[in-house]
Write a protein of this length. Structure first.
Length: 254
């Protein structure tokens, strides 16, 4: 297809860039970490959002090469920020089920960290809840290897799959990123808040942190602060932004 051809050119011509979205402490707005989000800057089509090309990249296997590029770009950026003297916070990258199925994630990421002289403690990996449940044994070994590199593990889109918190604890996941559908319910209904509260208290009891995704209103933020949610991410704080803007935010710390 045309899109597939374009995607192959994008890999060759390095048309991918990462944008970064901050995660802050809901108590004081302090910058704690950030998520790297892939963007495709096509010379004619402009900015193509990931929703329009990740599915094709996955079905064609191109996600394996693109995923490697993402790891390299994220580590290169951390190294660049470091040399500028910006106060660093961890950067999380998204890794899809298809990438984990190949079994190359730990060695690819270890290579990217080494190439750029970046410690594993500055990189985190997000894996969707559904991806983790599909092939537990194979993924378990890879997650253990990532952990050995000092990399923290986040469950992305938590609440949309069928995992139990005890399974996730067994997999030694560090952080639950609660899907934005649940954040959207905060303040609308009592059940929405109660649901979130139950997740936070169980996650904390099991030693996991909680990130709320898709925080868009002051009311959601206030509720999340009250529930003891560890980090918030969403348009209320900032949209995903280019590395240059992110550097300014890092220097301000807010
Ligand atoms: O940035 P945006 O909201 O448009 O991202 C849409 C989806 O694409 C999100 O679910 C996100 O997890 C996914 N995505 C963004 N960047 C990457 C990436 O680098 N690799 C993979 N596998 N998925 C990504
Ligand atoms: O699935 P994942 O969590 O990786 O998705 C991240 C995506 O969510 C990014 O593409 C980002 O643009 C989008 N996003 C981030 N903050 C918000 C928000 O507050 N509201 C909505 N609707 N989308 C958001
Ligand atoms: Mn994510
Ligand atoms: Na998510």
């Amino acid at each position: 297809s045309r899109l597939k051809q374009n995607l192959m050119e994008a890999i060759e011509d390095d048309q991918f860039v990462l944008h970064y979205q901050p995660r802050v402490d809901p108590r004081d707005g302090r910058l704690l970490s950030m998520e790297a989000l892939l963007r495709w800057q096509h010379p004619a089509l402009g900015m193509v959002p990931p929703g329009e090309f990740i599915p094709l990249a996955e079905s064609t296997g191109m996600i394996l090469r693109i995923g490697e590029l993402v790891m390299d770009k994220a580590c290169a950026q951390v190294a660049a920020w470091r040399s500028e003297g910006a106060p660093l916070v961890p950067v999380s990258i998204n890794v899809s089920a298809r990438q984990f199925q190949r079994g190359l994630v730990p060695q690819q990421l270890a290579a990217a960290l080494a190439r750029h002289g970046v410690p594993g403690s500055l990189v985190e990996v997000e894996i969707t809840e559904s991806a983790m449940m599909s092939d537990q044994d194979a993924i378990l070994a890879e997650l253990a290897e990532l952990r050995a590199l000092g990399i923290k593990l986040h469950v992305d889109d938590f609440g949309t799959g069928y995992s139990s918190l005890s399974q996730l604890q067994r997999l030694r996941m560090d952080v639950l990123k609660v899907d934005r559908a649940f954040t959207a319910e905060l303040g609308k209904s009592n059940e929405g808040t109660v649901f979130f509260q139950a997740i936070v208290s169980m996650a904390h009891a099991l030693g996991m942190g909680v990130v709320a995704e898709g925080v868009e209103t002051m009311e959601q933020l206030a509720i999340l602060r009250g529930l003891g949610c560890n980090e918030v991410q969403g348009f209320l704080v900032a949209r995903p932004m280019p590395a240059r803007e992110m550097a300014q935010m890092m220097k301000r710390r807010y």
